[in-house]
Ligand binder design. Structure first.
Ligand code: SF4
Length: 292
């Protein structure tokens, strides 16, 4: 997939420390989100972005505290609404590099509708989901990605719900970039995030990010034992093959599942329309001025 010239440019060398804010992460010791945070710092360093050109947007949940820990613009939004906020930011200022971050509850429960429409709309943002298969902030209830039989405070006899498959849902919704990472492999995760940033459209990276406080099943060891890198023979431009891989649970694959060879983002389409209808836009601007 060709990199967009603007986003591939290293603006100037930066150190990792320049992307760290003065706020120290408040996550529990051993939380997978630390590994994801390190991967994001590294990916920003690789891109060489100036901190004032980056916006980190989140919803609600443990992982949604993320914007506080990055030295960049940040928006800790409302539950499940990170994608609409990011869409507005990117359309209003396409030069900004927009990262969306959050957890599985935020993305797939209350934010489920926005997730589907975000994927088909293809706004040029990178969406990193810290998927721990449980609600951590509210102290341990089943989430949309919890497995059948999973015992939590809200399911003392085991969850009876089928888990949602984030990658398969994104792929059938029309996503143009779909990947899976693991917090226990932050270097590989940083590489995926860089690829996602380079992609001219919405890049979904679902990350296994264990919650050692409330999920004793899906641990770092569990994911080390059950994951494998996607075979080199997989064609990342084949959506059907990507869906097939996403549906497999033995092993659970890590890496880039799918990247569309053609991807025109929502914000670019909007700009194209604005340019084509410049006269009409001027009329609308004058009308708004009259009533403002
Ligand atoms: Fe991380 Fe779980 Fe602690 Fe939340 S409750 S900070 S997800 S370990």
């Amino acid at each position: 997939m060709p990199d967009s010239a603007a986003s591939a440019t290293v603006e100037r060398p930066h150190t990792i420390d320049e992307y760290k804010s003065s706020a120290k992460p408040t996550w529990c010791p051993g939380c997978g989100d630390f590994g994801v945070l390190n991967a994001v710092y590294n990916s920003l360093k690789v891109k060489g972005y100036n901190t004032e050109d980056v916006v980190v947007i989140s919803g609600i949940g443990c992982s949604s505290r993320f914007p506080f820990f990055v030295s960049a613009y940040g928006f800790h939004g409302v539950h499940g609404r990170a994608i609409p906020i990011a869409t507005g930011v990117k359309v209003a200022n396409p030069d900004l590099k927009v990262l969306v971050v959050g957890g599985d509850g935020d993305a797939f429960a209350i934010g489920g509708g926005h997730f589907v429409h975000g994927m088909r709309r293809n706004v040029d943002v990178t969406y990193v989901i810290m998927d721990n298969e449980i609600y951590g902030l509210t102290k341990g209830q089943t989430s949309p990605t919890s497995n059948v039989g999973f015992v939590t405070k809200s399911s003392p006899k085991g969850s009876v719900d089928q888990p949602l498959n984030p990658l398969a849902l994104a792929l059938i919704s029309g996503a143009t970039f779909v990947a899976r990472g693991f917090a226990g492999k932050p270097k590989e995760l940083a590489d995926l995030i860089v690829q996602g940033i380079n992609h001219p459209g919405m890049a979904l990276i679902d990350v296994y990010s264990p919650c050692p406080t409330f999920n004793e099943v899906n641990t770092f060891k569990f994911f080390r034992d059950t994951t494998q890198t996607i075979p080199a023979t997989h064609s990342t431009s084949d959506r059907a093959a990507a869906i097939e891989l996403a549906l497999q649970d033995d092993p659970l694959y890590l890496g880039l599942f799918y990247q569309a060879t053609e991807s025109e983002s929502f914000d670019r389409r909007v700009r194209r329309l604005q340019t084509a209808n410049a006269d009409e836009s001027a009329v609308m601007d004058r009308l708004f001025e009259q009533f403002s």
